[in-house]
Design a protein around this ligand. Structure first.
Ligand code: SF4
Length: 379
C-alpha cells in the first residue's frame, strides 16, 4: 500500500490580513454547505482509496478554527470512512488565536486531531495590529495554554519576520517569548509583499521594510537562538524539537503523493499535479464537477526530477545521492557536480556524507542557486 497525505482547504477567515493572498473570504456564512460539499468530494474517492494508506491529514486555510468544530469533525470522519487512515497518522489543523475555545479544542481532540498550528506572527501587539491580525499576543497565550490543557502535545507556532519597521531586537523578543513557551515546532517566514494585497498598494509599508542586511541578521540570529532552545532547523523556514518535524509538509518537499480537497486545493497524485478553481460557490454547487479542476499537468520524469531537486534543497538534509538515484534515476553528480562547484567554493552548498545540502547562508539565496543549476525550460 502506498502512503498518501490529505490536505483540506477551509476558505474562511474572520477578517482578511493585509498581507495575505491565500484564497479565503472574510465570512463563514456558507461554511456549513461548503463542508457538506467537501464530504461529498472526499467520498467520491472511494474507489481509489483501497490502494493507499493515509498517514498525514492537514486541515488548512483560511482559518479552519473559525468555522464550526463539528463540521471539521465531519470532514475528518469522511476521510476515515473513505480511506484507510494509519493509526499513528499526523492530523493537523491550522487555528488562529481569537477563534479558539476549549469546546472547539475538545471536539478536535475527539476527532483524532493531534497537531495544532497556531498563527501568531509576533508577540508585539503593535505589529499584530499593523498586519491586521484579529488577535493580541494575550489571546495567543490563552489559546496556547488552553490547547495544552486539552492535551495537544504537538503545537506549531507561526512567526513572521522582515515586517515593516521591525528591528532585530523586536524580533528577538518575539523568538525568546515563544521559545520560552516551548511549542514543539516553529515556522519562521519572511513577509513577502504579494500582488493585489492591501500591503502592495501601501507605500508606507514598502518603504519601511527592513533592508537585506537586516533581514540576513534576523534570519541568522533567529536560527541560532532557536537552536540554543533545542529546535533543529529541518527546512528553510521550519524548526522542530526532535521527532516533531511536520510529516505532512515533508511530503511536499520530498515529492510524495498528496490529495487536496476543497476549493483552491492542489494535489500531486498518480503522476499529475492539479489544482481546483478558487470559487466557493462553484464548489458548493457541484463538488464533483470536472470543471472544478483549474489546471492539470502531467509530471514527466524530467519535470519530476526538477521538482525533486528544487524542493529537496529546501530541506536541511538536502539531496541524498542514493535517494536521488532511486526516485529520479541517473547520477546526481554527473548532472550537477560541475554546476554546484562555484556554490561549494562560496560555502553556499555543502557536501554531506551521501549528497549535498545548502548551508544556512545558501538557504537565504536558494532561489538564485536553483535558478543557476536547474534546467527549468526543458521538458
Ligand atoms: S488568517 Fe491567515 S489565511 Fe486568513 S487572511 Fe490572515 S493570513 Fe490569510
Amino acid at each position: 500500500m502506498k502512503s498518501l497525505g490529505i490536505y483540506v482547504h477551509i476558505p474562511y477567515c474572520a477578517k482578511k490580513c493585509a498581507y495575505c493572498d491565500f484564497y479565503s473570504v472574510p465570512s463563514c456564512e456558507t461554511s456549513r454547505a461548503y463542508c457538506r460539499a467537501l464530504v461529498k468530494q472526499i467520498e467520491s474517492y472511494g474507489k481509489k482509496s483501497a490502494e493507499y494508506i493515509v498517514d498525514t491529514i492537514y486541515i488548512g486555510g483560511g482559518t479552519p478554527s473559525y468555522i464550526d468544530a463539528e463540521d471539521i469533525s465531519d470532514i475528518v470522519g469522511a476521510i476515515r470512512r473513505t480511506f484507510k487512515v494509519d493509526k499513528n497518522a499526523e492530523i493537523s489543523i491550522e487555528a488562529n488565536p481569537g477563534t479558539l475555545d476549549g469546546g472547539k479544542l475538545a471536539i478536535y481532540r475527539s476527532a483524532g486531531i493531534n497537531r495544532l498550528s497556531l498563527g501568531l506572527q509576533s508577540v508585539h501587539n503593535d505589529e499584530l495590529k499593523m498586519l491586521s491580525r484579529i488577535h493580541t499576543y494575550e489571546d495567543f497565550e490563552n489559546s496556547f495554554l488552553l490547547a495544552r490543557l486539552e492535551g495537544f502535545d504537538n503545537i506549531n507556532v507561526d512567526i513572521m519576520y522582515a515586517l515593516p519597521g521591525q528591528t532585530p531586537e523586536k524580533l528577538a523578543e518575539t523568538i525568546r517569548t515563544v521559545a520560552a513557551l516551548s511549542p514543539e515546532h516553529i515556522s519562521f517566514y519572511g513577509l513577502k509583499i504579494e500582488e493585489n494585497t492591501p500591503f502592495a498598494y501601501n507605500k508606507t509599508i514598502s518603504e519601511s521594510l527592513p533592508d537585506e542586511e537586516i533581514q540576513y541578521k534576523m534570519y541568522m540570529d533567529t536560527a541560532k537562538t532557536l537552536e540554543a532552545h533545542g529546535y533543529r532547523q529541518y527546512e528553510i523556514s521550519n524548526f522542530a524539537k526532535d521527532g516533531f518535524a511536520c510529516r505532512h509538509n515533508i511530503k511536499y518537499w520530498k515529492c510524495n503523493d498528496y490529495l487536496g480537497f476543497g476549493t483552491a486545493a492542489a494535489s500531486f497524485f498518480e503522476g499529475r499535479l492539479f489544482s481546483q478553481v478558487k470559487n466557493i460557490d462553484y464548489f458548493i454547487e457541484d463538488p464533483l464537477s470536472v470543471f472544478l479542476i483549474d489546471s492539470t499537468e502531467e509530471i514527466t520524469p524530467k519535470k519530476f526530477e526538477t521538482q525533486y531537486v528544487m524542493l529537496g534543497f529546501r530541506l536541511s538534509e538536502g539531496i541524498s545521492l542514493g535517494e536521488y538515484r532511486l526516485r529520479c534515476g541517473g547520477d546526481f553528480i554527473s548532472k550537477y557536480g560541475e554546476r554546484l562547484k562555484p556554490f561549494i567554493e562560496k560555502k553556499l552548498v555543502i557536501k554531506t556524507t551521501d549528497g549535498f545540502r545548502l548551508s544556512r547562508r545558501g538557504m537565504l539565496v536558494s532561489n538564485y542557486i536553483l535558478s543557476e543549476i536547474l534546467d527549468f525550460d526543458e521538458d
